[in-house]
Design a protein. Sequence first.
Length: 110
Amino acid sequence: FIPFVPERQSADGSMRLRRARMIEWDQLPRDLVGAQGRILVPERALRVFEETLPRGGAQVRRRVEMARGSDGLLYVWAGRQKRHGRGERSAGRRTDALEVPLESAAQIES
């Protein structure tokens, strides 16, 4: 999961989505967080037009493509495939939540 946050670009009000990071990444080993492939290069800033990404997210995969030409030769290249994400889902983050411990809930009910 790579979060993108809205960012105003100019006085005309146009918005772009900027790649962001999560606070939790600071507590995890570096090889487990952020961009893991060559599509989202970690060292390079990334901004995209907000209409480019659907609300449900997007999944981009880099894979090896192969085809045989009419001349009989085999052609191989690196391709990318973009698919819609899995829909709007929670990233596992909760805000403004109040949880009552079980022992306190039992006292409230009695």
